[in-house]
Ligand binder design. Structure first.
Ligand code: GDP
Length: 302
């Protein structure tokens, strides 16, 4: 798999950590930790996590557990790794035992839902799984065409709305029915992404979830929130609202190949307690990878 190519900005912001720790000695603990906190804030870790990390390092330094700059850096990396792996929810896709398994993606427009769904189809297809796609973004006219391109590219079947007034929930329940009758393993559902402040969207997502559950009990197995990794801490209120309304089971963070904000990745996991399941690292069909917390930490602190 490709290593994280983005995060150059994050790495640049955090490079100061190496300089600070190189000449660290006990008498300079306060100054160094203040500057470290500043570097974390600039890298979008957010005030809460930045403080939590620095406090934990301070305690360990004062307790005599960390005796050198390199030990402090390792402890810092360990703190971040612990946050990223703290969720009790599994980071692998949980597809249950009933067929078809249903995966629904949600998120605001432009975040990368449709693209991620296409890339996910390719990953699953590589595992030999029979896939049906469902074009549940009935609001944006081009979304359905875009998903059809992905269906063709990945050799997947697709269900699209018949007629302009068809509701998202009926497209999805129709697709899940077809999935059940046609012996499909997985139904991948796209949804609409009007702004999260739009009450109608949230109502629609609830209706979609319900209509899917009526066809296959326990479904959708996964509701994945797709977040644009370049949007910074703005993604937090968005993520919170989606989670409150539909109950998110995992995150897909996209555009980590671009100028992604590394700290936000950590904030959003900490804030929601939901694991990152996949990361998008480009626009091509193979550019979706399972999230590996350790390689992420090594990418931002080389
Ligand atoms: P949607 O509105 O949420 O369905 O978003 P789209 O799937 O249409 O994606 C919006 C734009 O982001 C498209 O131009 C995609 O090609 C692009 N995109 C999605 N994921 C990634 C990614 O991981 N990396 C990069 N560089 N671009 C991406």
């Amino acid at each position: 798999e490709k290593v994280f190519s983005g995060f150059s900005k994050t790495r640049e912001n955090l490079a100061v950590v190496d300089e600070l720790l190189l000449y660290w000695n006990l008498s300079e603990t306060d100054r160094v930790l203040d500057e470290l906190e500043e570097a974390l804030l600039v890298s979008d870790f957010g005030p809460r996590i930045s403080m939590k990390i620095v406090d934990s390092l301070r305690n360990d330094i004062l307790a005599g557990k960390l005796k050198s700059g390199s030990e402090i850096k390792e402890a810092l990396k360990k703190c971040i790794l612990d946050i990223l792996t703290s969720s009790s929810k599994k980071s692998e896709l949980q597809l249950g035992f009933r067929k078809p398994a249903v995966v629904m993606v949600v998120g605001v427009n432009g975040g990368g839902k449709t693209t991620s769904l296409g890339k996910l189809a390719q990953r699953l297809k590589n595992e030999g799984v029979k896939i049906l796609m469902a074009a549940g973004d009935t609001f944006r006219a081009a979304a359905s065409d875009q998903l059809e391109v992905w269906a063709e590219r990945t050799g997947s079947e697709i269900v699209v709305a018949q007629g302009e007034k068809t509701k998202a929930q009926s497209v999805l329940s129709q697709a899940v029915k077809k999935g059940k009758e046609g012996g499909y393993d997985i139904v991948l559902c796209d949804t609409s992404g009007r702004l999260h402040t739009n009450f109608n969207l949230m109502e629609e997502l609830i209706a979609c979830k319900k209509s899917i559950g009526k066809v296959v009990s326990g479904a959708p197995n996964e509701i994945l929130l797709v977040l644009d990794g370049t949007t910074g801490l703005n993604m937090l209120p968005q993520a919170r609202e989606f989670n409150e309304v539909v109950g998110i089971t995992g995150l897909i963070l996209t555009k980590l190949d671009g100028s992604a904000r590394g700290g936000c990745v950590v904030s959003v996991v900490d804030e929601l307690g939901i694991p990152i399941k996949f990361v998008g690292v480009g626009e091509k069909v193979d550019d979706l990878q399972p999230f590996d917390a350790e390689s992420f930490v090594n990418a931002i602190f080389p």
